[in-house]
Design a protein around this ligand. Structure first.
Ligand SMILES: CC(=O)SCCNC(=O)CCNC(=O)[C@H](O)C(C)(C)COP(=O)(O)OP(=O)(O)OC[C@H]1O[C@@H](n2cnc3c(N)ncnc32)[C@H](O)[C@@H]1OP(=O)(O)O
Ligand SMILES: CC(C)C(=O)C(=O)O
Length: 534
């Protein structure tokens, strides 16, 4: 236990240093690429043993999210953005699914798949296919004009899928998998990914057998899909054993890349993907914002930032070619085009990911940002909306309020005035969830321009509707501090209230005009009221 504490104690500052050096520098350099040059794209080999390929499947698995259909134009825009982000492989769709999907994959392969970026890099473009000749040919047709065309063929290997869905015996599955890989080879495809669907619920010896056979047939990437999100991270790490066995026993297994594809049914997709990478996978499949079938897929931004922040020291030196400064824009684009909103507390890209509402946190942030932030918003391409991202609300303290007031130009208010504003701010925050800048300005200006109160409002009750006369009952606290109550009737609720007030203050007047303009937004908004009496 003692050594564990020591380990965590010494790791934190180092992590922060890594973050500051490798991310903030990169973020401030705008669109600069990661400092290391990523290895050349070779289908079955990566020349840097620590480099993890990022395979983005937003346009395929992501699009399988119910309600997330993308048009071809939107897919093209996203693909271009994914290239900017630095993904290694773009799975652009499932070409047999529809003529439109075929066309989307084909045009992405032609355009993005041949667009050499400033560093001489072009992403591989991949099409998904079932283990059927017509599918394979359609997928190959769609991607073949890319500089690095890839076909991803899948066939389920778990007993439940083989028996109930495919209605095939294990022998038939092996034969069909091998024939598919060979067929792709015969078409001229040299970059072949094979996925034993539902791998994590497959029998380990059968899984081994299928993988060994497809390696011999010519597959270049072997993906281990956790199709139902069933796996636990420590189980995913046993991938190391599978890889070691295959490499020791199967000719050609040293020249293939292993991959993860983790669904999020138990919320473990990021953890499983990282465990897989620790186990030897050098490709991670993921989607922007974690969208995907059912509970979604592993989230690209989570995996990438975990590797960026912790890869150097805690993940054995792993790194990716992603330039995190493009994450925020990509996330927003996918959110807008897919219509899949990002939950506010989503890691990395949620609206609250860099927001601080509690007084103690805000105090810490004001003193030093790394008290509560392990990365900067700038590192993922977000400009801070204001100051250090403080959200003022009922848990905020004086430090945060004074800082925001100073940022709004009220840095020289006397201490008593700040104390009074703090009290009114807390009252308002009890009624209103977030206090916006406009709320604060209204509070400050209200105090500055208010005449001194002689009568104070105690309570007010108004009854009005389509039946009868509007009536108001008002309780006022007089100059002597004593309460007085009166009722009035009027042409409307405001007129009735003023009639009641008039009867108490005994300054006869007639309501001439009344208007109310919202200063802030929402149902708890502050408003400016204008009353003209004669
Ligand atoms: C785990 C995953 O995410 S896999 C990807 C899932 N994505 C999608 O399904 C989206 C796109 N899909 C589609 O547009 C359609 O399902 C199509 C065009 C692919 C197929 O449509 P249909 O021919 O009408 O078949 P349908 O979808 O109803 O049924 C699937 C068939 O494929 C078979 N099948 C499923 N997986 C595979 C596979 N990997 N290889 C070969 N056949 C398969 C099923 O057993 C079933 O066969 P059957 O018709 O002989 O019973
Ligand atoms: C096609 C495969 C990789 C897949 O999406 C899954 O198994 O979830």
């Amino acid at each position: 236990m003692a050594s564990r504490t020591a380990c965590f104690g010494s790791a934190r500052p180092l992590t922060t240093r890594v973050c500051r050096r490798s991310l903030v520098t990169r973020a401030s350099a705008g669109s600069a690429r990661p400092q290391r040059k990523r290895p050349e794209y070779i289908p079955n080999r990566i020349d840097d043993p620590n480099y993890v390929r990022v395979f983005d499947t937003t346009l395929r698995d992501g699009e399988q999210s119910p309600g997330a259909t993308l048009t071809s134009k939107e897919k093209m825009e996203i693909a271009k953005q994914l290239q900017k982000l630095g993904v290694d492989v773009i799975e652009a769709g499932f070409p047999i699914a529809s003529p439109d999907d075929f066309e989307a994959v084909r045009s992405i392969a032609m355009e993005v798949g041949n667009n050499v970026d400033a560093d001489g890099y072009v992403p591989a473009i991949c099409g998904l296919s079932r283990s059927r000749e017509a599918d394979l040919e359609r997928a190959w047709d769609a991607v073949r004009h890319a500089r690095h065309p890839r076909v991803h063929v899948f066939l389920a290997t778990s007993p439940i899928h083989m028996e109930h869905k495919l209605r095939m015996t294990p022998d038939q599955v092996i034969r069909q998998a091998v024939e598919s890989v060979k067929h792709l080879r015969s078409l001229g495809c040299k970059d072949i990914e094979f996925s034993p669907e539902d791998a994590t619920r497959s029998h380990p010896t059968f899984l081994y057998e299928v993988l060994a056979e497809v390696i011999k047939a010519g597959a270049t990437t072997l993906n281990i899909p956790d199709t139902t999100g069933w796996s636990l991270p420590h189980e995913f790490q046993v991938l190391r054993g599978l890889i070691t066995d295959l490499r020791a026993n199967v000719h050609g297994a040293n020249d293939v890349i292993f991959s993860t594809h983790c669904q999020n049914d138990l919320g473990l997709s990021t953890a499983n993907s990282l465990a897989g990478a620790m186990g030897g996978a050098r490709q991670v499949e993921c989607t922007i914002n974690g969208i995907g079938e059912r509970a979604g897929n592993a989230s690209l931004e989570e995996i990438v930032m975990a590797i960026a922040l912790r890869g150097e020291r805690q993940l054995g030196g792993l790194w990716t070619g992603i330039n995190p400064v493009h994450i925020a824009v990509t996330s927003k684009m996918v959110c807008d085009y897919s219509g899949m909103p990002v939950q506010p507390h989503k890691a990395i890209v949620g609206a609250n990911a860099f927001a601080h509402e509690s007084g103690i946190h805000q105090d810490g942030m004001l003193k030093s940002r790394d008290t509560y932030e392990i990365m900067t918003p700038e590192s993922i391409g977000l400009a801070r909306a204001s100051g250090v991202g403080l959200v003022l609300g009922k848990h905020s303290g004086r430090h945060a309020l004074s800082t925001r007031l100073a940022e709004l130009g009220y840095g020289d208010l006397p201490a008593e005035r700040v104390a009074e504003l703090f009290r009114r701010f807390k009252d308002l925050a009890d009624k209103k969830k977030d206090i916006a800048d406009e709320d604060l300005l209204a509070l400050v200006q209200d105090g500055v321009h208010q005449p001194e109160a002689v009568w104070a409002l105690g309570d007010l009750q108004v009854v009005c509707g389509s039946m009868g006369l509007p009536t108001a009952t008002v309780k006022l606290i007089g100059p002597d501090g004593l309460p007085r109550v009166a009722a009035g009737m009027g042409t409307g609720p405001v007129d009735a209230a003023y009639k009641a007030i008039d009867s108490l203050v005994r300054v006869p007047a007639r309501l001439v005009d009344y208007s109310m303009n919202g200063v802030t937004e929402g149902i708890e908004a502050l408003a400016v009221t204008r009353v003209i009496q004669a």
